[in-house]
Design a protein around this ligand. Structure first.
Ligand code: C5P
Length: 222
């Protein structure tokens, strides 16, 4: 029952305000991408990692992370889903696939192992989630509130998201790829998605403030 983890890292990450693609920003002397790959390996639950990078960085990442026997590096596309599709093509005959996010560089390995355990226990799709602390409103284009979903029923979704490889490939073959996570594509097929407890440290490093927090957490650990 082999498990391949896909790490899409081909985005520009403009919200972080850095000049280089987000996954290649350094945290404590190592790129977010290298740390995300490390976490997947340390989980002990992943057999192979496929890293998906901007085409112009293919050579340099191959020469670095790609030297490891259990890491493959492929070129990504214009949209996140194009990059995940490229990773799925490189996943071969893996039974399960995880889709992680290079920006969740500090994800605890134990949480990754829990996602895989739930897949092996029989779930076709598994996502780590946290309760939401803010009240969330929907708004229209003019900024007027159109609704207030019940907070107790909302969850913030993290990665890695785990899938039966066959199910995720079916979801990608179904066509409509407009979505901000992979589980949404699988939900459209009518497949049940199992949630498990996420972790605060698996937060997505998206804004300059997130970067300050990530660096402070690393300093506190060293
Ligand atoms: O833009 P967002 O933060 O949702 O991106 C999530 C992940 O998808 C990031 O790790 C980013 O590098 C990756 N991505 C990608 N290819 C794209 C766009 C985003 O691999 N074209």
């Amino acid at each position: 029952m082999s498990v391949v983890a896909l790490v899409p890292a081909a985005g520009r990450g403009l919200r972080l305000g850095e000049q280089i693609p987000k996954a290649f920003v350094e945290l404590g002397g190592r790129t977010m991408l290298a740390r995300a790959v490390d976490g997947l390996r340390k989980s002990g639950a992943v057999d192979r990692v496929v890293v998906i990078v901007p085409p112009e960085l293919l050579g340099s990442v191959k020469a670095d992370l790609g030297r490891s026997h259990d890491v493959d590096v492929v070129a990504g596309g214009a949209e996140r889903t194009d990059s995940v599709r490229a990773g799925l093509e490189a996943a071969g005959d893996a039974e399960f696939v995880l889709v992680h996010d290079a920006a969740r560089a500090l994800t605890p390995p134990a949480m990754i192992a829990r996602v895989v355990a739930e897949l092996k226990a029989g779930s076709a799709a598994v996502i780590p989630v946290l309760p939401v602390t803010d009240t969330i409103k929907s708004v229209d284009v003019l900024g007027m509130v159109t609704g207030t979903p019940l907070r107790s029923e909302l969850r913030a979704v993290q990665t890695p998201q785990g899938f039966s490889t066959q199910v995720l490939r079916e979801a990608y073959d179904a066509g409509d790829l407009a979505a901000t996570d992979d589980a949404s594509l699988v939900e459209r097929l009518g497949v049940s998605v199992q949630t498990i407890a996420g972790e605060a440290h698996a937060f997505k490093i998206t804004t300059p403030l997130d970067l300050v927090l990530a660096r402070a957490l690393l300093d506190a650990d060293s």
